[in-house]
Structure formats: structure tokens, C-alpha cells
Design a protein around this ligand. Structure first.
Ligand code: ZN
Length: 247
């Protein structure tokens, strides 16, 4: 009887080793990742943990897209980012997701970060009370989770925030969100009808000489010029030694 138990134990151990060893292959990143890119991503992770505006020696730019997903503009933005090997952050408006689920999934599939922007993007409703804001955030986060399986960890206030921005920042941080502002704009909301050239110029001008640039762009349907400007924006900052980072 004891011999039988020993034999069974030996068999069990052998099976365990047989199956456990192949599982110990190195973890593979979800997308191809060269050593240089891995180094850049590690660097970016450090930058992302810095408080907003903290001085750094390395030059880093965060391309942040608000108000999508849209079909054409988000698609064109993603095409450019893929071609250039650049990762970005997309702050989603979940009421715009129905019918565009595949665009949202593509953002995640291609290694970009998705954050919560809003469900409705209706300022008067969102900023009516703290409860209204939190339920808007929860609805958007739930949509992202349902469509992509991702739990969003970043948040951007629609319109930059309401009268209680500071208190609400603390509330959201208490829920585990990193609240992301911006320190440069491409001008696609500020300058009505701006063409691609204007958007490139404004990105450069508002970024100034900062080492850490968080650039605000929009990928909702009216912003075709933003998608058009993106290759030149990337080329400019790349030529000046900036690493492209996502939150
Ligand atoms: Zn917005």
C-alpha cells in the first residue's frame, strides 16, 4: 500500500515537472518589443510616476488624444502611430463607443493606453455634483472594461475640470486614478478650423523648452487636421531627442 502511494507521488512529481518546465519560458510582451523600445518604455514608466511638472533631464513627450473613439480620425492616428512605432494615451468618451467597439479594441491591441474621459462629455451634467462626476467616470470605465477587458487607471477632466477640480482630483485619486492634465496643446480645439500646419506650429510653440511635454490632441470626428498634422509633430519632437511615452 505504502509502495503504491510512493509510486503515485513519484508519478505526480514527474508530471508536475513535465508540465511546469515549459511554463517557465520567458514572459512575452503582447507586442514585439526590441531592447531599445523596452528601455524607452522603462524610462517612460519612471516619467509617468513623476508628479506633474517635476523637472527631468530626459526629454519625454506624451501624446494624449481626447474625445474619441471615432472611425476615420482614430483610425488614421493609429496608422501613423503604428508606422512611427510610437505609443500614445487615448482618453475615451464612452457614449461614442457603440458601433466603434473595434476601434477601441484596436487602440488596446496596438499597445496604447486607454483612460477615462467621460461617458457623456456634457459639462453641465458631469459637473453638477461630485456624485454626478463619479457616476460619469464609473460609466465610462465600465464601458472600457466591457469592450476591451482593460481597467482604466488614468483620467482626464472634460474641459480641464469644473469649479471643484482640486477636490474632485483628490476624490478620483482616492479611487486609484491618475489624473492627467496637459502642458501643451496642438490647438485643434482652441483655433477654429486650424489646418495641419497651424497645429504643428502650435504644438511646438506651446511645448516651449519643456523636457516633459504632455500634448493635448483630439481624435473625434471633426479633427481630420490633427491626424494630418501628427506625422510632422512626431518628426519634430523625435528630431529633438524626445522619447514618446504613454501613461
Ligand atoms: Zn474632451
Amino acid at each position: 500500500m505504502q509502495k503504491k502511494q510512493l509510486a503515485l507521488a513519484a508519478l505526480f512529481t514527474a508530471l508536475l515537472l513535465l508540465f511546469a518546465v515549459p511554463l517557465r519560458v520567458p514572459f512575452r510582451a503582447p507586442f514585439p518589443c526590441a531592447a531599445a523600445e523596452r528601455a524607452e518604455r522603462a524610462e517612460c514608466a519612471d516619467a509617468a510616476s513623476l508628479p506633474e511638472g517635476a523637472p527631468t533631464k530626459e526629454k519625454r513627450i506624451y501624446l494624449t488624444f481626447d474625445d474619441g473613439p471615432s472611425t476615420v480620425v482614430t483610425g488614421r492616428v493609429l496608422d501613423t502611430l503604428r508606422r512611427e512605432g510610437v505609443k500614445a494615451t487615448f482618453f475615451i468618451v464612452s457614449d461614442r463607443v457603440p458601433g466603434r467597439e473595434e476601434v477601441l479594441r484596436r487602440i488596446v491591441r496596438e499597445g496604447h493606453t486607454v483612460g477615462v474621459h467621460s461617458a457623456s462629455h456634457d459639462y453641465s451634467a458631469i459637473y453638477a455634483s461630485d456624485e454626478a462626476l463619479l457616476s460619469d467616470v464609473a460609466a465610462c470605465a465600465e464601458c472600457i472594461r466591457r469592450v476591451t477587458g482593460v481597467t482604466a487607471r488614468c483620467y482626464r477632466f472634460p474641459g480641464g475640470g469644473g469649479a471643484r477640480r482640486e477636490q474632485q482630483t483628490a476624490l478620483l485619486e482616492g479611487l486609484g486614478y491618475r489624473v492627467v492634465r496637459w502642458n501643451a496643446v496642438c490647438g485643434d480645439e482652441e483655433v477654429r478650423g486650424a489646418d495641419a500646419e497651424t497645429l504643428v506650429e502650435m504644438s511646438i510653440r506651446t511645448a516651449g523648452k519643456r523636457n516633459t511635454v504632455v500634448l493635448l490632441l483630439h481624435d473625434s470626428a471633426p479633427h481630420k487636421a490633427t491626424a494630418e498634422a501628427l506625422p510632422a509633430i512626431i518628426a519634430h519632437f523625435r528630431a529633438r531627442g524626445y522619447a514618446f511615452c504613454a501613461y
